[in-house]
Design a protein around this ligand. Structure first.
Ligand code: NDP
Length: 248
């Protein structure tokens, strides 16, 4: 279905889309592709200079002027998200898309020996921060004619895998959050879905599998049909789904 439709190259024109973890990996490429499709992107991430590089790339490609939000989601409080929503509302009047992409892997190992502070950090960044950000964006997402929220899941968030510890637990929580929240927004202007990227060549993947041949992995660009589909009006009516970005 996704592949067979005629694509409008500017299908995200006029949309305002917030992307977390927009400075690197999958989030960076999603930001570039959303901007290429005409969206005004709000780049949220931890490392300012990475966000500035993405900003420059978008401007150099002739895309709409992005916004930059340097924020460490590990330490962020609800006041940061409240202020961010107020700023977006002042500048743009609404929010049409939210890609919850930022995430951390922590370290792999047996749960019996997990590090408590690492566990808490993973749950904070991968689950709590996504939930709090999304909660505070709701009022401005309500102002969009059709708003799309995407959470980022993982294969280990659907079936447990030994030694994936807190990361796997956090991704199960993400799937559960999407399922629960999507039912509450059914038949509203907001839809909520998950994407499971599948094995993708990024820094996170390299830290999980340091020895593998990276040339055989999908690149972030390979995933973009699914990222564009769920953000565009082609997916209006799709709610509560967890999609794989790679065909098996
Ligand atoms: P990367 O590590 O390459 O990128 C993660 C991004 O998240 C970076 O831009 C990083 O910013 C940002 N980030 C991390 N911690 C924070 C924080 N505390 N506050 C704000 N931003 C933060 O990962 P991927 O691109 O591979 O992963 C993207 C998503 O996809 C994640 O949710 C991941 O779990 C998921 N995923 C990835 C797979 C893969 O094979 N790559 C497979 C399945 C799921 P900075 O660079 O500044 O630290």
């Amino acid at each position: 279905l996704m592949q067979n439709q005629q694509l409008d190259p500017l299908e995200l024109k006029e949309k305002v889309i917030l992307i977390t973890g927009a400075g690197d990996g999958i989030g960076r490429v999603a930001a570039l592709e959303y901007a290429k499709a005409g969206a005004t992107v709000i780049l949220l991430g931890k490392t300012v200079n990475k966000l500035e590089c993405v900003y420059d790339e978008i401007i150099a490609a002739g895309g709409p002027q992005p916004a930059i939000v340097p924020l460490d989601m590990k330490g962020a409080t609800k006041q940061h998200y409240r202020d961010l929503a107020a700023t977006i509302e002042n500048q743009f009047g609404r929010l049409d898309g939210l890609l919850n992409n930022a995430g951390i892997l922590g370290s792999l190992g047996p749960l019996e020996h997990f590090c408590v502070s690492t566990f808490e950090n993973i749950m904070k960044v991968n689950v709590t921060a996504q939930a709090v950000l999304t909660k505070y964006m709701f009022p401005i997402l309500r102002k969009s004619p059709n708003a799309s929220i995407i959470f980022t899941s993982s294969g280990v968030g659907r079936e447990g895998r030994e030694f994936w510890g807190a990361y796997a637990i956090s991704k199960f929580a993400v799937e559960g959050m999407m399922q629960t929240w999507s039912k509450e927004v059914a038949k509203t202007n907001i839809r909520i879905n998950c994407i499971n990227p599948g094995a993708t060549e990024t820094k996170m993947r390299a830290s999980a599998y340091p020895g593998e041949d990276r040339s055989k992995l999908a690149s972030p660009l390979d995933l973009m049909p699914t990222y564009l589909y769920l953000m565009s009006d082609r997916s209006i009516g799709i709610n509560g789904q967890s999609l794989d970005a790679q065909q098996k």
